[in-house]
Design a protein around this ligand. Structure first.
Ligand code: ARG
Length: 484
C-alpha cells in the first residue's frame, strides 16, 4: 500500500522478448543462384517481342483457333469450381466452430461443458437432469443490498422474489445450501415490506415433502405484502470496537478487527499476496497470485486476524486444500484476475476474523464511491512488503474515464474496476494483490474488488486496477457449490 508520494523512481515497461528476423542462409558456394523451379540456366538477354501490331494488315483477321475457346472454357470452369470449394470450406469451418463453441442449438442450454443439451423447461424444476446436476445449481440468488431472495422461472426466463407467506428458516437453509453456503453459517430469513413487485413466487405448503422449488408457484398476490430477505452468513460487519470514522481519519496503520476479512497468504514463510474471507472455508484472491507452480495448494499458508508479519512467523497458519483459478483468466491482459482458495480446516470467526459480503447482482456502486483497500504491500514503488497492515481510502473511477487515452487507453475490461486518485499519492502496490477493495453501503461491508494491477504505484493518472467482484459472484457461488 502506498500512502506517500516520494520522487517517482524510473519505471520501465517490460515489452518482452523481441525475436530477431529469421536468418536467411546464403546459398552454398557453387550452388545455382537462380531458383530451380523455372530454369537451370541464367536468363539470357531479353529479346524484344512486339505485342501490338505496328501496321494495319489489309487481310481480315482470321477467326481464333478452336483450341483457344476450349481453353478459356476450362479456365472459367476451374475458377467457378475454386470459388465453390472456398465457399464450402467457409461453411464447413463455420459449422465446426459453432459446434465446438456452443454445443447446443439455440433453444437448448448446455449442461456445464458436458456437451449434453437440455430444454429450458428442465432447468430449476427440482429434478436433476444434467449429468452433474448443473440444471439445478443456479436457481436462486440474492438480489440488491437487502439480500432479496429470488427464484428463477425457466418458463418465463426471469427472476421472481419469494413471498414471505409461510416461509421459515428451514426453507432459508435449503436456499442457502443451493447457493453453495454451508448450513452452519445460516444467519436469518426476514420479511421485507415491498409493494413494488407485481409477481411473486409463493409456497404451496400443502404440496407435501417435495423439493423446495417444486413447492413454489408464481402468483400475482402475496398476503403479507413482504418478500424474503435471506442472509446465508453474517458478513460485512466490522469489529464493534472500531467506529467507521476511525477508518477515514488517522494514519494508514490498521487496528486489529478493522479489516477482519483481510488475510495474508504466505509461501515458504514470506507474505506473497492478500486475500479476503467470504466463508469459514473460502477465500477470494487474485488468479495471478496462484499462477504456475503457485497453483499447488501445498505451497500456501493462510494467516487471519494478525496485524504484523513478524507475528505470523511464530504461527503455523491455515493449510490450503484447493485452489480454483478463473478458467478465463488471461495472464497478459489480467482479464478475470480472480481465484478461490479452500481451507483444509474452517476458520473460527471472532472479533478479528470475519467474512466480508460478496456483492449481490443488482447492486450499483456509484462512480466516485468511497472504497478502502488494505494490505501488507510495498509502501512505495519498488519497496519491500510492510510489516504492519495498512489501509487507505480510494474512490472508484468510472470505467470510461479510466479507459481514457492518457490513463489506461482501453485496457480496462468489464472484469476490472479502477480506484484511486488520478493525482497520485495513494494506491495499492506490490504485495497487496488479491487483497480486498471494500465499500460500506446499507450498514454492510461489501467486497467490490480484488487488487490486480497498475502501472507503477501511486503514479498520477495510473490508478490501481481491481478485479470487478460483481461479475465474479456467479462463478464464486457455482464453485463453492460444486466443491463442498
Ligand atoms: N500486481 C501487484 C501484486 O501482485 C499489485 C499491483 C497493484 N498496483 C497498483 N498500482 N495498484 O501485488
Amino acid at each position: 500500500m502506498t500512502s506517500t508520494l516520494g520522487p517517482p523512481p524510473p519505471y520501465y515497461e517490460n515489452r518482452g522478448f523481441q525475436p530477431e528476423p529469421p536468418y536467411t542462409a546464403r546459398p552454398a558456394a557453387g550452388a545455382h543462384p537462380y531458383p530451380q523451379l523455372f530454369s537451370t540456366n541464367p536468363p539470357s538477354v531479353p529479346s524484344y517481342v512486339p505485342r501490338v501490331a505496328t501496321h494495319q494488315s489489309s487481310r481480315p483477321a482470321a477467326p481464333p483457333p478452336r483450341r483457344t475457346c476450349a481453353a478459356s472454357l476450362r479456365k472459367t470452369i476451374i475458377i467457378i469450381l475454386s470459388i465453390l470449394i472456398v465457399i464450402c470450406c467457409a461453411i464447413a469451418a463455420f459449422f465446426i466452430w459453432y459446434f465446438v463453441e456452443n454445443h447446443c442449438l439455440s433453444s437448448l442450454i448446455e449442461c456445464g461443458s458436458s456437451g449434453v443439451c437440455m430444454p429450458p423447461s428442465q432447468w430449476c424444476d427440482g429434478v436433476s437432469d444434467c449429468p452433474n446436476g448443473e440444471d439445478e445449481t443456479r436457481c436462486v440468488r440474492l438480489f440488491g443490498p437487502n439480500f432479496i431472495l429470488e427464484v428463477y422461472s425457466p418458463v418465463s426466463k426471469s427472476w421472481y422474489p419469494v413471498c414471505h407467506d409461510d416461509w421459515n428458516d428451514d426453507y432459508g437453509k435449503i436456499a442457502c445450501k443451493d447457493m453453495g453456503y454451508s448450513m452452519d453459517t445460516y444467519f436469518y430469513s426476514r420479511g421485507v415490506p415491498d409493494v413494488s413487485f407485481k409477481s411473486y413466487m409463493k409456497l404451496n405448503t400443502s404440496a407435501g415433502n417435495i423439493d423446495l422449488y417444486k413447492k413454489l408457484y408464481s402468483s400475482g398476490s402475496c398476503a403479507s405484502e413482504s418478500v424474503v430477505s435471506l442472509r446465508c452468513i453474517e458478513c460485512g460487519l466490522p469489529s464493534k470496537s472500531v467506529s467507521i470514522m476511525n477508518r477515514i481519519v488517522g494514519g494508514s496503520g490498521a487496528v486489529l478487527g478493522q479489516w477482519p476479512w483481510q488475510v495474508s497468504l504466505h509461501v515458504q514463510g514470506t507474505h506473497v499476496c492478500g486475500g479476503s474471507i467470504i466463508t469459514p472455508h473460502w477465500l477470494v484472491t487474485a488468479a495471478h497470485c496462484v499462477e504456475g507452480r503457485l497453483s499447488d495448494p501445498l505451497s500456501w499458508r493462510v494467516y487471519a486476524g494478525i496485524l504484523n508479519q513478524d507475528e505470523m512467523l511464530f504461527r503455523s497458519g491455515y493449510k490450503v486444500q484447493l485452489i480454483i483459478s478463473h478458467p478465463d483468466y488471461d495472464t497478459d491482459s489480467k482479464d478475470n484476475d480472480v481465484a478461490l482458495m479452500k481451507l483444509e480446516t474452517p476458520l473460527s470467526f471472532t472479533e478479528t476474523v470475519r467474512p466480508v459480503c460478496l456483492p449481490n447482482p443488482g447492486m450499483m456502486f456509484q462512480p466516485n464511491q468511497q472504497c478502502w483497500i488494505s494490505g501488507w504491500g510495498a509502501e512505495y514503488q519498488g519497496g519491500k512488503t510492510s510489516n504492519n497492515l495498512n489501509y487507505v481510502a480510494v474512490p472508484l473511477i468510472e470505467r470510461s474515464r479510466c479507459n481514457a487515452v492518457y490513463i489506461y487507453n482501453g485496457m480496462i475490461l468489464p472484469t476490472m474496476i479502477c480506484a484511486g486518485d488520478l493525482a497520485g499519492g495513494i494506491d495499492s502496490c506490490q504485495g497487496d494483490s488479491g487483497g480486498p477493495l471494500v465499500t460500506h453501503h446499507h450498514s454492510v461491508w461489501w467486497l467490490v474488488g480484488d487488487t490486480s494491477w497498475g502501472t507503477g504505484c501511486a503514479t498520477p493518472n495510473k490508478p490501481g486496477v481491481y478485479g470487478n467482484m460483481t461479475v465474479f459472484t456467479d462463478w464464486i457461488y457455482k464453485n463453492m457449490q460444486a466443491n463442498r
